[in-house]
Design a protein around this ligand. Structure first.
Ligand code: UGA
Length: 455
């Protein structure tokens, strides 16, 4: 089958590469000629484990190609996926900006030949599939198309695995013909008994938002529980264990942290809130999730400030990890970029390390001193803050970390370490959801003079 992706971004690239591996002939269009040139040489513009070998395999087998030329890629296609960006609108009102989606629809419309299924792969508000269909038919009234919604549920950092081992495939299309075509696209998954949800475009569009909003709700819920644990002297790790063992709840997406970030949850929760308000059916739970997440980031600022004795001016913080999660170079809505600036404004100096995110971080926050490894970041630091749980920070040589620092304060915003390990290593340890840690270890802390209040 001939498949074209419009947009060689995260979703377009991963899906295109995986579908070429399923045996389809895939072409990816992008407007950026440098990106296309890079991709044609089998080089990935994004950091995603496993993607580059898959690109090279597809190119080598002549099943995967890249172009800026719509004329070359659209007319032959049986299925055209629109996988362009849908960022939050520049107006700052939370609505998704659909200009790239609509512009793609207008550009491809006159080039379509024969029956084609046009599929919205990007996360788009309810009603977008119908609007894309309207636009295409307006530009090219004689065209034979169906427009479907087929949302993607892959996670950055695990995208290839998620694409090839999905929990479900959701196909939103009104016609049987389009449903069948899309089943054919995913034939290997269909044969492997992956559940398929066949529905209308509106339901598919909303399923994507509902999934992300529900996951974001789990995170905000557990972050509030962690804060309550701190207040009442409970341990969030044990609480999550006890909670997650209930099969109706499950253990996943219950890791407390500095608040969710990335290119999806913050944007999609806001967008769902707006869609719901617009339709007179407000999603009050999701509205609160957004607020709780913002509050969690603000709370992290206070946590760091208090660990530093209530005054950050003139002090140095070593930050380990800047990306919104490990195994990605993506810094979009990364908690670090909400948490660090208010502290820097008050005179805190930052030395940071990240395995892959530093090139882009330098552009966004040039005031930070970027270091070649985590130990260099800890030099003369008054505290170290583990912001993103990259594997290389899970087994730090704590003696070496301590020997570099001015004072041994370890702020662990991902609960990678335990109070016991840190006590043994002689650190004053601040984490999430464990109230007694500060007082428990106070005796070991060398600079007890400064006062610490509660959050
Ligand atoms: C998310 C969804 O997990 C995917 O299913 C979806 O396809 C994708 O958005 C999308 O809409 O395209 P992603 O943003 O790559 O994927 O990352 P996640 O692994 O979901 O993490 C999102 C944020 O939540 C990160 O900041 C992470 O640190 C945080 N998180 C996650 C927690 O704080 N606790 C958890 O238990 C899990």
């Amino acid at each position: 089958m001939k498949i074209t992706f419009v947009g060689a971004g995260y979703v377009g690239l991963v899906s295109g590469a995986c579908l070429s591996d399923f045996g389809h002939e895939v072409t990816c269009i992008d407007t950026n000629p440098e990106k296309i040139e890079l991709l044609s040489r089998g080089k990935s513009p994004i950091y995603e484990p496993g993607l580059e070998p898959l690109l090279q395999k597809g190119i080598g087998l002549k099943r995967l190609s890249f172009t800026t030329d719509w004329n070359q890629a659209i007319p032959e296609a049986d299925v055209v996926f629109i996988a362009v960006g849908t960022p939050s609108s520049r107006r700052g009102d939370g609505y998704a900006d659909l200009s790239y989606v609509y512009s793609a629809a207008r550009t491809l419309a006159p080039l379509l030949k024969g029956y084609t299924v046009v599929v919205n792969k990007s996360t788009v508000p309810v009603g977008t599939a119908r609007e894309v269909s309207r636009i295409i038919k307006e530009v090219n009234p004689s065209t034979d198309i169906d427009v479907a919604s087929n949302p993607e549920f892959l996670r950055e950092g695990a995208a290839i695995y998620d694409f090839t081992h999905p929990d479900r495939i959701v196909i939103g299309a009104d016609s049987e013909r389009a449903q069948e075509k899309l089943k054919e696209v995913y034939r290997p998954l269909y044969l492997a008994n992956t559940p398929f949800v066949a529905t209308n475009p509106e339901t598919a569009e909303l399923t994507k938002y509902a999934s992300n909003a529900f996951l974001a709700t789990k995170i905000s819920f557990v972050n509030e529980m962690a804060n309550l644990c701190e207040a009442v002297g409970a341990h969030v790790g044990d609480l999550v264990h006890g909670l997650g063992l209930d099969k109706r709840i499950g253990p996943k997406f219950l890791h407390p942290g500095p608040g969710y970030g990335g290119s999806c949850f913050p944007k999609d929760t806001l967008s769902l809130v707006r869609i719901a308000q617009e339709h007179g059916a407000p999603t009050r739970i999701v509205e609160t999730v957004v607020e709780v997440n913002n509050a969690q980031k603000a709370r992290m600022v206070r946590k760091i400030r208090q660990a530093l004795g209530g005054n950050e001016s003139g002090k140095t913080l070593a930050v380990l990890g800047l990306t919104f999660k490990p195994e990605t170079d993506d810094l979009r809505e990364a908690p670090a970029f909400s948490i660090l600036p208010p502290l820097m404004e008050k005179g805190l100096r930052i030395r940071a390390h990240d395995p892959v995110g530093m090139i882009e971080a330098k552009r966004l926050l040039p005031e930070i001193f970027y270091c070649g490894n985590p130990y260099e970041a800890c030099e003369e630091a008054d505290a170290v803050c583990l912001m993103t749980e990259w594997n290389q920070y899970r087994a730090l040589d704590l003696e070496r970390v301590k020997s570099k620092m001015r004072q041994p304060i370890f702020i662990d915003l991902r609960n990678v370490y335990t109070p016991e390990i840190m006590k043994q290593a002689g650190f004053y340890y601040v984490s999430i959801g464990k109230k007694d840690v500060m007082t428990l270890l106070e005796s070991q802390w060398p600079q007890k003079k400064e006062k610490r209040g509660s959050l």
